[in-house]
Design a protein around this ligand. Structure first.
Ligand code: FES
Length: 287
């Protein structure tokens, strides 16, 4: 006789179905919203990602009820919905805080202080990766590169950027969030809760004051890269002081071959400079 995984007390991470139903009024409201989302796509199943954000905006994470709802309104199987919901990290699978605080610990941010910030916040908040403070305000997590390396180390709260962070500024940030103080991201509109963010990601209007006008430009390091790509001279080193403006128009400086500001600046052998190791496939002798 075989025993099921639940009988053995083993969790496979799959939702147990059927799920409890939404209350009638919630279901009616979500169906109205879902129809609006689905109407944007030629094929209804394409609406799955925004609908998962929609159900996440209802409960703060994607529940079994939310996945079953998506399956029903899109004519998909719950297995198909589960496969998508468990693949993307922007869908939370358990109750979490009002503010998702993500510390980038990808390579560049890590060496610029992201690792130190993450471990300081773990200690300061008394939580580990993916855990939520007792007051339900802050969920802390590692995040991967958010394409904001110019501003490393970067912390994101509900996907809004906090650039050039330090251990101290990150601690102040989470303290302010927990105290309910108004917190402004470095770029973008004012912060809203995770549920509100999820509704915006579902495709509903972002009604935060200034949200539509809010913009940002490439950071100084990227702009220097652009100049170099265009064949223009650029500063030898880009310094982006925390909380200050980066120098944009320093006089060009050509470093001597022995002058390098860090090991990162040292020239590396490339196929152009190292003919013994050319790029691309190397033909066997005689071919
Ligand atoms: S490594 Fe952190 S934003 Fe790219």
């Amino acid at each position: 006789m075989t025993t099921s995984s639940s009988e053995r007390g083993v969790s496979l991470g799959m939702p147990e179905l059927p799920a409890p139903a939404y209350p009638d009024d919630v279901r009616a409201r979500l169906e109205r919203d879902a129809r609006e989302v689905i109407a944007r796509y030629p094929d209804s199943r394409s609406a799955l990602l925004p609908l998962l954000h929609l159900v996440q905006s209802e409960e703060g994470h994607v529940t079994r009820t939310g996945m079953q709802f998506c399956a029903e309104v899109l004519g998909l199987t719950t297995a198909e919905v589960t496969a998508v919901a468990t693949f993307y990290t922007m869908y939370r699978r358990k109750p979490s805080g009002d503010y998702q605080v993500g510390v980038c610990t990808n390579t560049l941010c890590a060496v610029m202080g992201g690792d130190a910030i993450f471990s300081a916040l773990q200690e300061h908040l008394g939580v580990g990766n993916g855990e939520t403070t007792d007051d339900g305000k802050v969920t802390l997590e590692h995040i991967e590169c958010n394409a904001a390396c110019d501003f490393a180390p970067v912390v994101m709260v509900n996907w809004e950027f906090f650039d050039n962070q330090t251990v101290e500024s990150a601690k102040r940030l989470v303290d302010d969030l927990r105290a309910g103080a108004e917190v402004e991201p470095t770029r973008g509109a004012r912060l809203c809760t995770f549920k509100d963010t999820a509704r915006i990601l579902a495709g509903f209007p972002d009604e935060r004051p200034g949200a539509v006008e809010a913009t940002g430009s490439a950071g100084p390091a990227s702009l220097v890269g652009l100049r170099l790509a265009r064949g223009e001279a650029a500063p030898a080193r880009v310094v982006h002081p925390r909380g200050g403006e980066a120098p944009q128009d320093e006089p060009p400086h050509e470093p001597s071959p022995t002058e390098h500001l860090s090991s990162h600046d040292a020239p590396q052998d490339t196929s152009a400079s190292d003919p013994a190791h050319p790029a691309g496939p190397v033909a066997e002798e005689g071919e």
